[in-house]
Design a binder for this molecule. Structure first.
Ligand SMILES: Nc1nc2c(c(=O)[nH]1)N[C@H]1C(S)=C(S)[C@@H](COP(=O)(O)O)O[C@H]1N2
Ligand SMILES: [Mo]
Length: 417
């Protein structure tokens, strides 16, 4: 057991080790105006309560926003923007920063007018109002959602300069919802039923086939995220949560669930969201998101600005197959690895936060992270992934990312195989 003394000791050891080249703070000086001067915020009263009935971040955080990639956005109603992972901490994505992916824009739905229908191979086709849904027992669960195309632009080589763009099609929030099995039980699933098909109320009427086994296992019909109603962008008032599986299946603005005995082979599971291999064959029904990680800082949008000395590496790891057992970090492009420190809660099929602190000598680095999940799956190198899947695919790129830190601290996206 760590006594307070021991904790203090190890902290001192860490700091003195790290401070070998430079102290972690400057010695207090009488002529430092940031300490001795009067600032505006000392002299005037600030805003009172109610200045912002719904609070917003400090104006000094104005660069912490979702961003798109112009050449991926021919039309914003059928496009994607990206979570600013390089600026976030912990494992929960703030609601206003969750990446968005829409096929036909954001549907604006009056919850009083919204209905969820369950039909097909059921004893009683049913229609639920939002109020009906909220009378079933609910659960609170933290899950990541990752678009299968996340990191897809990096298949053939390093391309986008920032983890926001290479890895930002992921978010992780706490959902409140009703286990889908309760609603299916209410309708009475027929014995020959094997699949369900959720359908969105937006103009794209998004549909995907999901095995009944998964639907009865851990899928939720969610109406809240991080304690408040779903955001319109995330499917207000209702979305299906399909833990660990590709984001496309998490139908937003959920209005109907059809129960059937075979998959529907709709657009999003035939021409899209299948993984083209060498030679023209495609893998399909690749639902689970494989073990993956990325260093979020330092990264191209978060360079090292403090010079050499004690440096904190921060990153995220996740797996659609369970929790994260271990994350290794390399400073030299994968030649040597050290075990990173996972900190914070470890939820099944959720983001995990890891840190690695080291003393930077100011020389160039090739930063990598490699995650291992609770099922024993290990994140592959880019070369290992390509050896199996070729270079034609967009989806399910879970390979190891490399950031090149230059001696000045700037960071760029590179590839070392
Ligand atoms: N109804 C509907 N559901 C949808 C989509 C859509 O366009 N319409 N896009 C899907 C895709 S491809 C992804 S990756 C996720 C994105 O969820 P988000 O916008 O909450 O990040 O929603 C999925 N569910
Ligand atoms: Mo997606």
């Amino acid at each position: 057991m760590a006594s307070p003394d021991k904790t203090a000791l190890s902290r001192r050891a860490l700091l003195s080790g790290a401070a070998g080249s430079a102290a972690l703070a400057t010695v207090a000086r009488a002529d430092d105006p940031a300490i001795t001067g009067m600032q505006e915020w000392n002299q005037y009263l600030g805003d009172g309560v109610d200045a912002a009935p719904y609070g917003v971040p400090s104006e000094f955080e104005a660069d912490v926003v979702r961003r798109d990639v112009p050449w991926l956005t021919a039309d914003p109603v059928s496009s994607v923007n990206f979570t600013p992972l390089h600026k976030l901490e912990g494992i929960i994505t703030p609601n206003g920063l969750c990446f968005e992916r829409h096929h036909a824009g954001v549907a604006l739905i009056d919850p009083a007018e919204h209905r969820l229908m369950i039909n097909g191979l059921v004893d009683r086709p049913l229609v639920f109002t939002m109020e009906d849904i909220k009378r079933f027992p609910r659960e609170n669960k933290v899950y990541f959602l990752e678009c299968a195309a996340n990191t897809g632009m990096e298949w053939r080589g390093a391309q986008l300069n920032g983890c926001q763009f290479t890895h930002g099609m992921v978010h992780c929030v706490m959902y409140t919802g009703v286990p889908l099995r309760y609603l299916l039980e209410e309708a009475g699933v027929k014995t020959n039923a094997k699949w369900i098909m959720p359908e969105g109320a937006d103009a794209s009427a998004m549909t995907r086939s999901i095995p009944l086994e998964k639907a009865l296992d851990d899928c939720l019909v969610a109406f809240a995220m991080n304690g408040e109603a779903l955001r319109p962008e995330q499917g207000y008032p209702l979305r299906i949560v399909v833990p660990g599986w590709e984001g496309n299946m998490w139908v937003k603005w959920l209005r109907r669930i059809e129960v059937g005995d075979e998959p529907w082979h709709h657009r999003e599971e035939t021409s899209k969201y299948t993984d083209l291999l060498e030679g023209g064959k495609a893998r399909r029904f690749t639902w689970e998101m494989d073990v993956k990680s990325v260093i979020t800082s330092p990264s191209p949008q978060a360079p090292i600005t403090h010079g050499k000395g004690h440096t904190v590496i921060s990153g995220l790891a996740w797996s659609g197959r369970g929790t994260i057992d271990r994350v290794d970090v390399s400073l030299d492009g994968g030649r040597n690895w050290q075990t990173a420190r996972i900190d914070g809660p470890s939820h099944d099929k959720a983001l995990h936060r890891f840190y690695h602190e080291f003393d930077w000598d100011g020389s160039p680095l090739l930063l990598q992270s490699r995650a291992v999940d609770s099922e024993g799956w290990v994140q592959p190198t880019k070369d290992a992934l390509r050896a199996v899947r070729g270079t034609e695919s967009i989806y399910h790129n879970n390979s190891i990312q490399t950031w090149h830190v230059r001696d000045g601290g700037e960071v760029e996206n590179v590839e070392v195989g």
